[in-house]
Design a protein around this ligand. Structure first.
Ligand SMILES: Nc1nc2c(ncn2[C@@H]2O[C@H](COP(=O)(O)OP(=O)(O)OP(=O)(O)O)[C@@H](O)[C@H]2O)c(=O)[nH]1
Ligand SMILES: [Zn+2]
Length: 201
């Protein structure tokens, strides 16, 4: 995986001022961004969220998933600590199947399937995301050890495989609502996501 760090510039947000770093993968031309705040190197590992793009949730505020509240909460937590990074993965939309295929999976879910069964019914992988680009971007910013904000055990393992030491995992929990309850339950019960089960106790 080769990836070029093209630019870094200021990004003021409601949660504080970040620096946004633009990257492009050499082979595919896929672009990604990292938002950083404060010093990322140094002895204390920074808080990092590796976040998968979700247009429906993040742009339109869809309640079918928990992506937007997770992203906002990560930005707030990083701002509260004054340091950390959001690695925002484009190409991860729909767990890697793409936007329109995700919409087809939603249509299957409206007909009664859960998120796993829906992808399977369309002949698509349940999760096609890769994390080598995320690891490359962190390394390019001098980050080798992190505290990772996630509930997803595969994400932790994949980053470790690509040379990023996850010193500790911190849960990324949001309040479930009627539209995303089934999705969160499936993540907890069938996809092995940590801590989400507590939301339903
Ligand atoms: N195929 C598919 N993708 C979905 C669905 N709902 C959300 N997504 C996508 O799933 C991605 C987020 O993955 P999640 O499994 O919710 O969470 P995660 O990133 O694996 O784990 P956390 O780090 O704990 O948030 C985003 O790219 C969403 O677009 C769905 O029903 N079907
Ligand atoms: Zn989403």
């Amino acid at each position: 995986m080769k990836l070029e760090h093209i630019v870094s510039t200021r990004l003021p947000t409601p949660y504080g001022e970040f620096v946004i770093h633009g990257f492009r993968e050499d082979d595919s031309g896929q672009e990604h961004v990292v938002l950083s705040m404060g010093e990322l190197t140094g002895d204390e590992p920074p808080l990092v969220r590796v976040h998968s793009e979700c247009m429906t949730g993040e742009v339109f505020g869809s309640l079918r998933c928990d992506c937007r509240p997770q992203l906002e909460s990560a930005m707030k937590r990083i701002a509260a600590q004054g340091r950390g990074a959001i690695v925002y993965m484009r190409g991860h939309e729909g767990r890697g199947i793409g936007l329109v295929q995700k919409l087809r999976a939603y249509a299957e879910q409206d007909a009664g399937k859960d998120t796993i069964e829906a992808n399977a019914a369309l002949g698509l992988p349940i999760d096609a995301r890769r994390y080598d680009a995320a690891a490359c971007m962190l390394r390019a910013l001098g980050v080798h050890r992190i505290r990772l904000l996630t509930n997803n055990p595969l994400k932790m393992a994949a980053l470790a495989e690509f040379g990023i030491e996850v010193v500790v995992r911190e849960a990324s929990l949001t309040a479930p609502g009627p539209e995303n309850e089934k999705y969160l339950r499936t993540k907890a019960e069938s996809m092995g996501h940590h801590d989400l089960g507590h939301l339903f106790e």
